[in-house]
Design a protein around this ligand. Structure first.
Ligand SMILES: [Zn+2]
Length: 177
């Protein structure tokens, strides 16, 4: 497995709408290795999620996992999940604001409104159908990654930029708020 280079904000690939993957392409050894590399890369940088366009590949695949993560302590755990061609539907209009960061926007945090609960349809890495509900931080991570696959980043979703903070200032002035 290899650690992939992560795209940073400003690279045009982050603003593209990614392409769907056919089940046939998904099952190729190249794509399976790419997914392994995405997982490895997410873990290496302590991410809770990573979308393919964040590693220069404009395809509809995202990985996520919330374990004991130093960047996001005290969050409910989410097992390692691979989402291919995901579609999400909010379960209600209820939204919640919380802090987000992004491996493509290093060293920053900001408060982002997200739907509290979403219904997710996707394929897993073998092409099997996934159909599940996600709530709270799990739903937040999925919406963040889904946005990446549609050329959006969390800054686009902030109501205003007044909470945008570098990590050091975040720890000093905002942690726990
Ligand atoms: Zn991100």
């Amino acid at each position: 497995m290899s650690i992939l280079k992560v795209t940073r904000l400003g690279h045009p690939v982050l603003r593209e709408v990614t392409k769907e993957i056919s089940v046939k392409d998904l099952k190729t050894p190249t794509m399976q290795k790419f997914i392994d590399d995405m997982v490895e890369t997410m873990k290496e940088y302590d991410g809770v999620g990573l979308a393919a366009d964040q590693v220069f590949s404009s395809l509809q695949v995202a990985v996520l996992e919330v374990a004991d993560n130093p960047r996001y302590p005290n969050k409910a755990q989410v097992p390692l999940t691979v989402l291919v061609n995901p579609k999400i539907t909010p379960l209600s209009d209820e939204m919640e604001e919380d802090w987000e960061g992004c491996l493509s926007i290093p060293d920053l945090r900001g408060r982002v409104p997200r739907y509290k609960s979403v219904h997710v349809h996707a394929l897993d890495r073998r092409g099997k159908k996934l159909d599940f509900f996600a709530h709270d931080f799990h739903a937040r991570v999925i919406q963040h990654e889904f946005d990446h696959l549609n050329g959006k980043v969390y800054l686009d979703r902030m109501r205003d930029l007044s909470t945008l903070s570098f990590l050091q200032e975040f720890a000093r002035y905002w942690m726990g708020k």
